[in-house]
Write a protein that binds this ligand. Structure first.
Ligand SMILES: NC(=O)c1ccc[n+]([C@@H]2O[C@H](COP(=O)([O-])OP(=O)(O)OC[C@H]3O[C@@H](n4cnc5c(N)ncnc54)[C@H](OP(=O)(O)O)[C@@H]3O)[C@@H](O)[C@H]2O)c1
Length: 207
């Protein structure tokens, strides 16, 4: 699959490497192509190339947004025609928000022509996106949004990365809840000092 990743920081880098490793073609969307970090990432893997944001999006079927939430409205306005593209919003508006919107999904739905905008890859630390395996067992990912197609693709990518299951949190009305779920991870990992090597997994008794 051709995937544009906007943002080449912690999350963008982990997703780019992981998805490139399993055969996806990654088009990094950067605002500065001379940035050493961007150049290094693009040179590291034959499946990763670096572009300006609009060029990366034009080349891709799926767009992952991994920037600070406050940057999302400006980015959304410059995505171009994304009518037939799926947008996966990995941002968390738990501190700053993409003003005047509540979260990235709301902003992207309002400011682009994509109907397939979902929230995913927000609920755990970037280290867990780079390596979702604990003691031989995959941890879980979670997704929210109204687009069934968008959620299917996001979950497929999560499983490609090694997440065991990808649970549906619900529609657009559950996006804020999924961000609060991320805040629960942040609280445990950072504020309560459990460390970033912790992850959520759903356990189930036999039915
Ligand atoms: N860190 C985590 O473990 C984690 C986990 C889940 C979700 N998240 C969420 O994921 C998002 C990214 O987090 P991160 O830790 O990866 O942040 P980060 O390391 O600070 O990276 C942010 C990236 O966004 C880029 N960016 C900022 N404004 C931009 C713009 N206007 N156009 C294009 N690119 C822009 C930055 O590019 P420059 O280098 O040019 O500044 C940088 O590459 C945040 O919303 C965060 O809440 C983070």
């Amino acid at each position: 699959m051709k995937i544009a990743i906007i943002g080449t920081g912690n999350v963008g880098t982990a997703l780019a490497r992981g998805l490139a490793n399993v055969g996806h073609h990654i088009f990094l969307g950067a605002r500065n192509l001379d940035d050493e970090k961007v150049k290094k990432l693009a040179h590291q893997h034959k499946n990763i190339s670096a572009h300006l944001v609009s060029d990366a999006v034009a080349a891709a079927e799926v767009v992952i947004v991994a920037t600070p939430p406050a940057a999302v409205p400006a980015i959304a306005k410059n995505l171009g025609d994304v009518n037939d593209k799926i947008i996966i919003d990995a941002t968390n508006s738990v501190v700053a928000k993409p003003d005047p919107y509540q979260n990235g999904v709301e902003a992207l739905l309002a400011l682009t022509n994509s109907k397939h905008v979902v929230k995913c890859f927000n609920s755990t630390g970037f280290e867990n996106m780079a390596n979702p395996i604990y003691h031989g067992m995959g941890i879980d990912m979670f997704v929210a949004g109204d687009s069934v197609k968008g959620k299917e693709v996001a979950c497929q990518l999560a499983k490609n990365l090694g997440f065991a299951e990808c649970y549906d949190f619900g529609g657009n009305d559950k996006v804020n809840l999924l961000e609060q779920f991320a805040l629960a991870w942040i609280n445990l990992a950072i504020i309560q000092q459990q460390g970033r090597n912790i992850a959520f997994k759903i356990l189930r008794r036999d039915r």
